[in-house]
Design a protein around this ligand. Structure first.
Ligand SMILES: *Cc1c(COP(=O)(O)O)cnc(C)c1O
Length: 396
């Protein structure tokens, strides 16, 4: 509750500033990539989610242009009215095939998809279980659905199971939602444990693999390999197109029953304009690059490995992450900001991640690596980190 209506809106903002939580946007003057221009300066960029370096790939760009020639710029309506085109249809079929699921459904963004899916599947009287470090969109979906919301400790299947055991109502729907790769820590959901618990309690498991798809797994399929995990194991799979795919949008993959339910009931699907068809055309090309160009994943894995080894040698405490997300936790927000500025002076763009995105006292530099980086870029980053070293020691 706010005490004085809108009268204290500026005081609120000042409060954020005083606690080093004020956020500001950096304006890029160049395309997304390993090197970007900010305030007229060229910086080595270590904070994008463009994991495979496809966000400014010329082939994807060319497909986008061809798509505009064929389809125009705007979809002009929602999918259910008259905005759904053969371009969307083709991408949905390709994404279903990619993930080894019978069907896939496009959403405008991962945020839309997560909120829309949970809200469509659950309502008052149902139950949703969420990992404490889940992405904000999964949390919001759970809250908006009005289902009973239960946290479980990060990756803790035993804690999750105790929560499920406490549900007395046998007829209620139970949904377990988890990030595949956790967006701020870079570690992964323990899929075997989560599947086993879900099955014992006849719950559905929803995996949001926003950071995993394209980055690891056979052909870049991510955490949920269809050769090993059926839709019985993971009934709801979400992927986003704005990260490794280098475009924008998201999709949900699963059985006929899930997808038709979303088409009928998902408000975030029904009441929004379809993504531009040209974007679907471009994404189809980025999907084929993502599957075929395995060197991107291999090079990225090599960079991750090198960063972790060298950072540990330099005495930094790296987190248990084998993903391109390599956070260096420094503690308080002011320190994270100061380090981010010090690195920028040296020519590196790495944003400080602060509460409420991460828990109090765990502000961090969230370093992300991409296939567009050269080994020498990572080495330069390590040198710069060594130079600002003392600030990077975790606080006692
Ligand atoms: C980025 C992200 C999303 C949101 O996806 P957008 O397409 O950017 O809206 C959802 N879930 C996770 C885990 C993410 O990291």
């Amino acid at each position: 509750m706010h005490e004085q209506g809108f009268d204290n809106i500026y005081r609120d903002l000042e409060g954020l500033r005083a606690r080093d939580r004020y956020r500001r946007r950096r304006t890029l003057e160049s395309p997304q990539g390993a090197r970007v221009v900010v305030d007229g300066r060229r910086l080595l960029n270590f904070c994008s989610n463009d994991y495979l370096g496809l966000a400014s790939d010329p082939r994807v760009g060319e497909a986008f242009r061809t798509g505009i020639e064929r389809w125009g710029t705007g979809a002009g309506a929602s999918h259910l009215v008259c905005g759904h085109t053969a371009a969307h249809e083709a991408l949905e079929i390709a994404l279903a095939e990619f993930t080894g699921r019978p069907r896939a459904l496009l959403y405008s963004s991962g945020y839309h998809a997560n909120v829309g899916v949970i809200n469509a599947l659950l309502s008052r009287g149902d139950f949703v279980f969420e990992d404490r470090l889940n992405h904000a969109s999964l949390l919001d979906g759970g809250w908006i659905s009005l289902a009973t919301f239960t946290w479980f400790d990060h990756l803790d299947a035993a804690h999750l199971e105790r929560g499920l055991e406490a549900v007395a109502d046998a007829g209620a729907r139970k949904l377990i939602a988890s990030d595949g790769t956790f967006s701020m820590d870079g570690d992964r959901c323990r899929l075997d444990d989560a599947i086993a618990v879900a099955k014992r309690h006849r719950a559905w498991l929803m995996i949001d693999d926003a950071h995993g798809m394209g980055v690891h797994g056979r052909q870049g399929v991510g955490l949920v390999d269809p050769q090993q995990r059926s839709t019985d194991d993971v009934p709801v799979l979400v992927g986003t197109l704005g990260k490794a795919f280098g475009t924008a949008g998201a999709f949900v993959a699963g059985d006929e029953g899930l997808i038709e339910t979303l088409i009928q009931r998902s408000r975030n699907y029904i009441y929004t304009t379809a993504m531009p068809s040209a974007l679907a055309v471009a994404t189809l090309v980025s999907l084929s690059i993502l599957r075929d160009e395995t060197w991107r994943r291999e090079h990225l894995a090599h960079l991750v490995d090198r960063f972790r080894t060298e950072a540990s040698t330099l005495g930094f405490s790296v987190m248990p992450s084998v993903s391109p997300i390599q956070p260096l936790v420094v503690g308080d927000a002011a320190r994270a900001l100061a380090l981010s500025s010090a690195l920028e002076e040296r020519g590196f763009l790495i944003t400080a991640i602060r509460p409420p995105t991460v828990p109090e006292g765990t502000s961090r530099l969230r370093v992300t690596l991409t296939a567009a980086h050269k080994t020498s870029d990572v080495d330069q980053l390590l040198e710069a980190l060594a130079a600002v070293d003392r600030g990077l020691e975790p606080e006692a």
